[in-house]
Design a protein around this ligand. Structure first.
Ligand code: MN
Length: 488
């Protein structure tokens, strides 16, 4: 189903029918022109003047599965008491676009008729007051509707809203439970479903091995063909690679059957399996599936949501793990990898399929993809359960070309510099309780994550090049108090 957004123009009867007719034409023109610059279509819906009209649109937006959000623009003063009922009912993300049809004030033409038609500055304040008064989450964008920064910001917000929509339909399949003894990968699954819409369900590994046994040689041949088109083979051990294909095909069958697009496994629970899925998980992530290692369903969910938000953008979005630092003064960097499962969407060159022993899991050496990450600006994001609420931590990073070749490291690797610098960045990350598992993205921006967190109504903190550790610590402390008041 095509995802769309609705454009609703706020008005009133005060200035007569001619004004309303002109505004309706302009509203359509603006929506059509902006749509050409946006990742999703913006459809002019109505120019609204009454409580009944606004309420009806809010109800329709709620029930229409194709509608992912409502963009409002008040060409004039649209008295806000009539918006209260509709806004109270609206369950879709809302963006208040503070713009006007004309760019400039026309010196000779301007008279009271012009003013009646072009009173956005007047109308924006009344419109903003009521959502502020109602404490409703909304995105505010200010600027001229034909300008690129405005359509870029609106387009980015649309991606967050599509992430919101997707999040509410997300099903995460857990092949096994979380890794024993680990704290940060745990979390309240009911809270996750209430807040984020994610259904997080367990499926026994024994069921996965049953489905693996049903996979045919022909299916594996086709999967091997796909591998050879996407990757270079740097191994002769075809039996090992074919085993990964069998695992991938079985996981896809179960996820397809369950309507799921995210999954986890745990190297401690591989009963009846010869290899930990490596290549299998990586190839699924490449196609948009979310994944988390060691049973980390929160990072699996975030990976899936962020991949959805990134659709059509350049750059990669992937499950990542902080591993080791280079603490050479002046060039401090962090090296991320995982024992196997890094998504090739960030690969600088064509990934190689290699087979190497794995120190953990007590199984056969698994096939995996090995590559280097492509340089670029990006973010890392971590969702943690603070007990009573979810906190989303985002940090700006710059992915760099690895400063050394690391020929004996048989896994995909990404090297980056976190903001504001490695040491302050690490301090702030630890202060916030950020996990070692993250979603790294060079496609999704921090602004998109902030908007998504606002829609989800979860806590959001952002570590940037301006972050000061003492101030950040205070922000966390104040947030703690604020969220306790909010939640309980
Ligand atoms: Mn891990």
């Amino acid at each position: 189903m095509e995802k769309v957004f609705w454009f609703v123009v706020g008005s009133q009867f005060l200035y007569g029918n001619e004004v309303l007719e002109t505004v309706a034409v302009r509203g359509r023109e603006m929506a059509d022109a902006m749509s050409a610059e946006l990742p999703y279509k913006l459809i002019y819906k109505a120019t609204v003047k009454t409580d009944e009209e606004i309420t009806r649109i809010a109800k329709e937006a709620n029930y229409d599965d194709s509608c992912c959000g409502v963009v409002t623009w008040c060409h004039t003063f649209s008295p806000s008491k009539m918006w209260i009922h509709g806004f109270g009912l609206l369950q879709k993300p809302h963006c208040h676009l503070a713009t006007q049809y004309n760019r400039t004030i026309p010196n000779d033409e301007i008279d009271m008729d012009f003013m009646n038609l072009n009173q956005a500055a007047h109308g924006d304040r009344e419109h903003g007051f009521i959502t502020a008064r109602m404490r409703q989450p909304r995105k505010i964008i200010a600027g001229y509707w034909q300008d690129k920064p405005v359509t870029d910001e609106l387009g980015a917000w649309m991606r967050s809203a599509v992430g919101y929509d997707y999040s509410h339909k997300l099903r995460i399949v857990r092949f096994g439970d979380n890794m024993r003894d680990v704290a940060v990968t745990e979390g309240d699954k009911v809270e996750a479903q209430i807040k984020l819409g994610w259904q997080v369900d367990y499926w026994p590994v024994g069921h996965l091995t049953e489905v693996m046994a049903e996979v045919t040689d022909k299916e594996i041949d086709e999967k091997m063909q796909e591998y050879s088109e996407r990757y270079d083979f740097a191994t002769d051990d075809m039996d090992t690679v074919r085993y990964q294909a069998r695992e991938e095909l079985a996981m896809r069958k179960i996820l397809g059957r369950e309507g799921s697009t995210a999954f986890i496994n745990n190297f401690q629970d591989l009963y009846g399996m010869e290899q930990l899925p490596g290549l299998a998980s990586q190839n699924m992530m490449y196609d948009g599936f979310g994944y988390g290692g060691e049973g980390d369903w929160k990072v699996a969910g975030m990976t899936a949501v962020m991949k959805k938000m990134a659709e059509g953008l350049d750059g990669g979005t992937l499950f990542m793990e902080d591993y080791t630092y280079d603490l050479t003064p002046g060039r401090e960097v962090s090296l991320g990898a995982h024992m196997l499962e890094v998504c090739p969407s960030i690969a600088a060159d064509k990934p190689r399929i290699e087979v190497h022993p794995l120190g953990i899991g007590d199984r056969q050496p698994p096939a995996r993809l090995v590559f280097e990450g492509k340089p670029g600006k990006g973010i890392v994001a971590s969702l943690i359960d603070m007990g009573g609420r979810m906190r989303l931590i985002v940090q700006d990073i710059e992915v760099i070309k690895p400063i050394c070749e690391m020929p004996n490291l048989p896994v995909a690797r990404v090297m980056w510099k976190p903001a504001p610098d490695l040491l302050t960045g690490v301090k702030c990350w630890i202060e916030a309780g950020g996990a070692h598992h993250t979603v790294l993205s060079t496609a999704v921006t921090a602004q998109m994550m902030e908007d998504w967190a606002d829609m989800m109504q979860i806590e959001y903190v952002h570590i940037t090049d301006k972050t000061d550790h003492s101030e950040f610590k205070k922000e966390l402390f104040y947030n703690d108090i604020a969220w306790k008041l909010k939640e309980f």
